[in-house]
Design a protein around this ligand. Structure first.
Ligand code: ADQ
Length: 690
């Protein structure tokens, strides 16, 4: 592809470089940007997380899967390095196309550094169903890694649907299965199906040219990388079964199995090799005569031209993986059927089975069934063989690898996808099962949740529509509304200006509202003097538009107006001063918050309000929804896990503990509208014990 179109190939050279050794970066039509890996990287990133975790898990073989945190850490680190190299070499690229399971976090690292980049990903292996994928302790991270792309491509529809299911169920993302679009917060990714093809003409040509080797027996051919997903032992057993069920093939047919050595550093692959060696010995021992052995097993790589000759001359190709993303061997075999047509026996667990329906499809776990299919293949008449092969050849010639590239690149260059704003029906789906007919308690952050983020806190005013939506909720007898903000209590009460709500200011350190005793955390007295000192210290560094907001016991150091390149330096200095003064520093949107380290946060404040208003058995009386947009709301999301339905608004750059993300303030308004307009519940929150 690069030879034809130019571009830059970024990749690991595949070997560990010795000191002073360099990889040649010269190629005729494209550039090469190597990403070198050290010994630990190769062990943990490549053999470890890529091949001992993701490979078996994604092939739905959890029994072979290991989850090792250190491997994961190195995987993340190497993915970040790939992103770094890609950013350096492809900053202005029209499209960065990231391949396969080794690089699932790279898009996220690139997106954070380069929000405008055009990123597309293709997964060559299956994407497993939800029940398997969720076994991975880093399921959320992997999904978020991919959703940072504009386009995520899979081999077949089934994998794309598995992915959308996981995004919906694990991340709480919005998914439109018809349009194949995923929205997670402010990120929107298109999902597509792009079955890979082969260089059909090249294989066909080589098959025509390949030398003919004299052959005495009819050949059933297997060609694979030596991998436990390829079902080689099962295949040998099925062939043994064929000889038992149909003894007439004895002496006339051989199974020629070629296996390319692969990943031999991984113990399981070494074990598999011994298992196959032993099995071949057993079957040959059982059936061989002085002139014939049923299995010819060759453990090595073959030049493509020779391979094409073997494909051409094989009567049957036995392609029976236990699970396979696509499987190119099946396609290569078909392309090489240039004279007497052979028969393809194909596992229905291979992605290729989705389109190659004229093959004899088998379940590789069913030895008898596979043996019968081989028998049928060996005894099929010429007319049927020709029809089946012709149909597959036509399709594979049309859908060759060049067509695949074209198709993928065209989709990758399409306009960015978007989803319609969240609808009542979707909110209903998310909330109905949880809310049922319970009274509701809404907890809402203010800045960034009810109003868009603005340059100065005094400019953050509620829109008319948002105020109506909010009132639509608070007017209801079955719904209570609390505002939980980082602002000082008086400030937040004044800026919202609605008397019937509960207000929690200073991240919940101060609380006030109807039917609730005014609360001020008892330890705050110790921080009054310190707050003044810290204020002075922060003001002393506040240049270039930075300023300090004094909020009684807490302070906020604002850096939104500082030139962007220097914001991080200011934040770092502010954090240091806060720690020095015995405060806890927390990052917020273009600000750093200083809070007394007294083990109190928005989550605890919410629980305090719930217990004060509805008693210790509040969870039997009300359902709770919490909506927030920043790091301080994460305290509440974590704390309320299992106790509330939580939503994080806005940027998906940071991970969240919330159950769902909403893209913007407008989506929050729609959520409030849904709450305000849902059917009325009989009981009020304080009376209810449904
Ligand atoms: P692989 O798992 O590597 O690829 P596959 O698609 O079967 O699997 O490709 C194997 C390749 O190796 C073929 O091109 C074949 O010709 C070659 N090969 C096998 N044995 C050989 C031998 N003894 N000598 C020389 N060459 C040999 C992953 C996914 C697949 C997906 C591809 C492409 O696992 O499901 O089809 O990517 O997306």
């Amino acid at each position: 592809m690069l030879r034809r179109r130019g571009g830059t190939w970024i990749g690991w050279p595949g070997v560990e470089l010795k000191k002073g050794e360099r990889v040649s970066t010269r190629a005729d039509a494209y550039r090469i940007a190597p990403v070198p890996l050290g010994e630990t990287d190769i062990a943990r990133y490549y053999h470890g997380f890529s091949n001992r975790t993701l490979w078996p898990l994604f092939h739905s073989l959890p029994g072979h899967t290991q989850f090792v945190r250190k491997d994961w850490n190195v995987y993340a680190d190497v993915n970040e390095r790939f992103a770094g190299v890609a950013m350096r070499h492809a900053r202005d690229a029209k499209l960065v196309w990231i391949h396969d399971y080794h690089l699932m976090l790279t898009p996220e690292f690139m997106r954070r550094a380069h929000p405008e980049a055009r990123l597309a990903f293709f997964l060559h292996i299956p994407f497993p169903p939800f029940d398997i994928f969720r076994l991975c302790p880093w399921d959320k991270e992997l999904l978020r890694g991919l959703i940072a792309c504009d386009l995520i491509g899979f081999q077949i529809e089934n994998y794309a649907h598995n992915f959308m299911d996981c995004a919906e169920q694990i991340l709480g993302a919005r998914v439109d299965r018809e349009a194949m679009i995923i929205e997670d917060g402010d990120r929107v990714a298109r999902v597509g199906v792009f079955p890979i093809g082969i260089e059909f003409d090249l294989f066909q040509e080589q098959a025509m040219k390949a030398r003919r080797e004299s052959q005495r027996e009819r050949v059933v051919l297997g060609v694979d990388r030596l991998d436990y997903t390829k079902g080689i032992p099962e295949r040998i057993r099925a062939f043994e079964r064929l000889l038992e069920l149909h003894p007439r093939h004895k002496g006339n047919v051989v199974l020629l199995q070629l296996a390319v050595p692969s990943r031999s550093q991984v113990t399981e692959y070494r074990e598999l090799k011994s298992e196959i060696d032993e099995l071949v010995g057993q079957v040959n021992g059982r059936f061989a005569t002085s002139t014939w052995s049923p299995i010819r097993y060759l453990y090595r790589s073959f030049p493509q031209e020779r391979l094409c000759g073997l494909y051409r001359d094989a009567d049957v190709a036995l392609v029976t993986p236990l699970r396979d993303g696509m499987n190119l061997v099946a396609k290569e075999y078909v392309a090489c059927q240039v004279d007497d047509p052979g028969v393809l026996v194909l596992s229905r667990m291979a992605g290729a089975a989705e389109t190659m329906r004229e093959a004899l499809q088998v379940n590789p776990f069913d030895l008898d069934g596979t043996a019968e299919a081989i028998h049928r293949a060996l005894t099929m008449d010429e007319e049927e063989r020709a029809s089946r092969i012709a149909a597959m050849r036509r399709r594979e010639r049309r859908d060759d690898v060049e067509a695949w590239v074209e198709h993928f690149l065209a989709a990758g260059n399409e306009e960015a996808a978007h989803l319609d704003p969240i609808s009542e029906r979707e909110l209903q789906q998310w909330l109905r099962g949880y809310v049922k007919s319970y009274p509701l308690c809404l907890f809402l952050d203010y800045d960034g949740t009810l109003t868009p983020l603005v340059s100065h806190p005094s400019k953050a005013k509620l829109s008319k529509e948002m105020r109506e939506a909010l009132m639509g909720c608070s007017r209801r007898v079955d719904t209570d509304v609390s505002i939980v903000s980082g602002r000082a209590l008086d400030d937040i009460r004044k800026i919202v200006g609605e008397p019937n709500l509960v207000y929690a200011g200073n991240h919940g350190l101060e609380i006030e509202g109807p039917e609730i005793a005014r609360f001020r955390h008892q330890d705050l007295v110790h921080y009054e003097a310190r707050a003044l000192e810290l204020f002075g210290a922060l003001e002393a560094i506040a240049n270039e538009g930075a300023w300090t907001e004094a909020k009684g016991p807490t302070l906020t150091f604002h850096i939104r107006e500082v030139p962007e390149a220097r914001q991080a330096r200011y934040a770092q200095k502010a954090r240091a001063l806060m720690t020095e003064h015995g405060y806890q520093a927390r990052d917020a949107h273009a600000a750093v918050e200083a809070r007394p380290p007294i083990g109190w946060d928005k989550g605890r404040a919410v629980l305090h309000i719930l217990r004060e208003r509805y008693g210790p058995n509040w969870s039997e009386r009300v359902r709770v929804i919490y909506v927030g947009d920043d790091q301080t709301d994460e305290d509440a999301f974590r704390f309320l896990a299992g106790l509330a339905m939580t939503f994080r608004v806005g940027s998906a750059d940071t991970p969240t503990g919330a159950l769902h993300r909403l893209p913007d303030v407008e989506a929050v308004r729609r959520l409030l509208d849904w709450v305000g307009m849902r059917p009325l519940t009989e009981a009020t929150p304080t009376q209810s014990s449904l």
